[in-house]
Design a protein. Structure first.
Length: 205
């Protein structure tokens, strides 16, 4: 793609480096930004800069946070004895939007996938085990996607924590095989959480 302006080219190259944004989409975004008021563009720019400069990860659950401990972990109204194990921040948002879950979270940062070179040591699994050891946890909800990678990760975690005095559950099968949580509608996801079942019963099927 040839550009008559180096400024346009640099902006397009920067935006197209993001996943899912090609050169043409990036060009449309750049041209749209040019048409906006400067103050509006500066607001966008400053928001992104502040995001990069100030963002952290919760030391307890690995949620995205501005503080050492995220708002969810610091919320005294949450049930501290239940931990929902999820893949990433997008799954947290999806579950929070159901308004059906009031416990804590633990973000793994991915799923076990030998094809992609991701093994258990690359994920936040050991820190989950430490949370179970150090805190009075009653239940662990394995809320990973129903993909092969999700099921593999669920089983791996189950084997690691099955001998601890904690109930291990998973969401009911309202979610189709292969579906990601973020694409599941709120009602279906909420029902799957409410009607969760013991993980070991899924191994018998």
């Amino acid at each position: 793609m040839n550009f008559s302006s180096k400024l346009i080219e640099n902006a397009v190259n920067a935006l197209s480096s993001m996943p899912g944004i090609g050169k043409r989409t990036a060009l449309r975004l750049v041209l749209n930004l040019i048409k906006k008021e400067k103050e509006e563009v500066h607001t966008i720019s400053n928001s992104l800069k502040e995001l990069v400069d100030k963002i952290n990860y919760c030391e307890s659950c690995y949620n995205i946070s501005e503080e050492r401990i995220c708002k969810i972990c610091n919320d005294y109204s949450r049930n501290k004895k239940i931990i929902c194990v999820i893949r990433d921040f997008r799954d947290l948002i999806a579950i929070e939007n159901t308004n059906e879950y009031k416990g804590l979270y633990h973000i793994l940062g991915g799923l076990i996938s030998p094809m992609e070179g991701i093994n258990p040591n690359d994920l936040n699994i050991n820190s989950l085990i430490e949370r179970i050891k150090k805190n009075p946890i009653d239940e662990i909800i394995l809320a990973l996607s129903t993909t092969m990678e999700g099921e593999t990760t669920n089983f791996f975690i189950y084997k690691k924590i099955m001998n601890y005095n904690v109930k291990i559950t998973t969401m009911s099968r309202g979610i189709s095989i292969g579906d990601e949580l973020e694409y599941t509608d709120e009602i279906t996801l909420g029902r799957s959480l409410t009607n969760r079942q013991l993980f070991e019963t899924t191994l018998e099927k």
